[in-house]
Design a protein around this ligand. Structure first.
Ligand code: NAP
Length: 327
């Protein structure tokens, strides 16, 4: 098979390599990957940034990457199933959120991470879902404990996580305000936002409106500032923050979380990596097949051009998702 392998840090170090096909263990499924997508998670690993993450048990190595093949989202077809796998058979269409291995023609995935692909999505559309939509669902429902009728603000509403968060919040019965730049306002409204704040000309923490839940994908505001826009029992959910080479977005996330001790409202984080991914994907499949959630795809790249896809996503202003078709 062909796979993009990382031998040193840097997008230009991603090289298309011929490798043996992986062999599934008893509890694994071999997936013929048809499409993947690019997330900030992927380019953080590809660049080895923030540098502070190289000192943690995060999967990054200090000088060289520990990961061989990056790529956390995949959609494809089951090619073979391990001896203990009963739920999936060759030919089944599946999708998954994995820690690595998506930038390849084949990947072995533990059956307990895999879900059946939503029937109404192509592989390309399905590959846009796992990391971004799982994060949005965890942030709103589990970390934010969002209830029907509540008001939620999504900061960074036009990106990968944000475009899913706006739709899922609506599906959960909330009133939604999206924060994005003016050029993406129509997109965010079309996804179900009741109102939009343009962060380039307005500060949502100073508009006098209060929310039960704030989902913060973008950073840029302290917990002190966000408390002005939260109801007395409101919750700030930290998802992401501004990128940086040394400590960001982790510095923003942990700093804001620490400030939570000094404000009366609840401050919490959403973590996709530690979530129960299969169960969450099955919930998302239900929302997608019911027509309540649809992935927004900005651009699609061929497999050979994956470096360009990573570089484009890294600019931080993609409306929706960047996907890569593998074949
Ligand atoms: N905690 C987790 O498990 C988890 C999982 C996935 C992602 N994340 C993190 O969550 C963040 C978002 O991920 P993503 O996949 O949605 O990234 P993305 O697709 O690159 O989206 C970033 C969005 O942020 C918006 N933005 C940039 N600066 C902003 C500002 N000052 N105020 C408001 N919006 C701003 C951009 O909108 P405009 O184009 O309109 O400027 C863009 O739509 C990243 O930091 C990522 O690392 C965390």
């Amino acid at each position: 098979m062909k796979a993009f392998v990382m031998r040193s840090y840097g997008t230009d170090q991603l090289s298309l390599t011929d490798m043996d096909n992986p062999v599934p263990a008893a509890d694994e499924v071999l997936v013929r990957v048809r499409a993947t997508s690019v997330n900030p998670y992927d380019w953080h690993f590809i660049l080895g940034e923030p540098y502070i993450a190289r000192l943690m048990a995060s999967g990054m190595g200090l000088l060289r990457p520990k990961l061989g093949v990056p790529g956390c989202d995949l959609a494809g077809t089951v090619a073979a199933a391990g001896a203990n796998v009963t739920e999936f058979r060759p030919g089944d269409d599946v999708y998954a959120l994995v820690s690595d291995g998506g930038f390849a023609e084949y990947a072995c995935v533990r059956a307990d991470l895999l879900a059946h692909k939503p029937a109404n999505l192509s592989h390309e559309q399905a590959a846009a879902v796992p990391m971004a939509a799982v994060t949005a669902l965890v942030a709103l429902r589990d970390s934010g404990r969002l209830e029907p009728g509540q008001a939620v603000l999504v900061n960074g509403a036009s990106g990968g996580v944000g475009t899913f968060a706006v739709q899922i919040a609506r599906a959960l019965g909330a009133t939604v305000t999206g924060v994005c730049s003016a050029r993406n306002a129509d997109l965010v409204r079309s996804l179900g936002a009741d109102s939009v704040v343009d962060y380039t000309s307005e500060d949502f923490t100073r508009k006098g409106r209060r929310y039960d839940v704030i989902i913060d994908n973008a950073g840029g505001h302290s917990a002190w500032a966000c408390r002005r826009a939260l109801t007395p029992k409101g919750t700030l959910v930290i998802v992401g923050g501004p990128p940086g080479r040394w400590v960001q977005p982790a510095g923003h996330a942990f700093g804001t979380f620490a400030q939570g001790a000094f404000i009366s409202q609840r401050v919490t984080m959403a973590m996709a990596v530690s979530a129960e991914k299969k169960r969450l994907l099955e919930t998302l499949t239900g929302l997608i097949e019911a027509g309540k959630v649809t992935p927004v795809i900005d651009r699609s790249y061929p497999f050979d051009d994956i470096r360009a896809a990573v570089e484009y996503q890294q600019q931080g202003h993609v409306p929706g998702k960047v996907v890569v078709t593998i074949g």
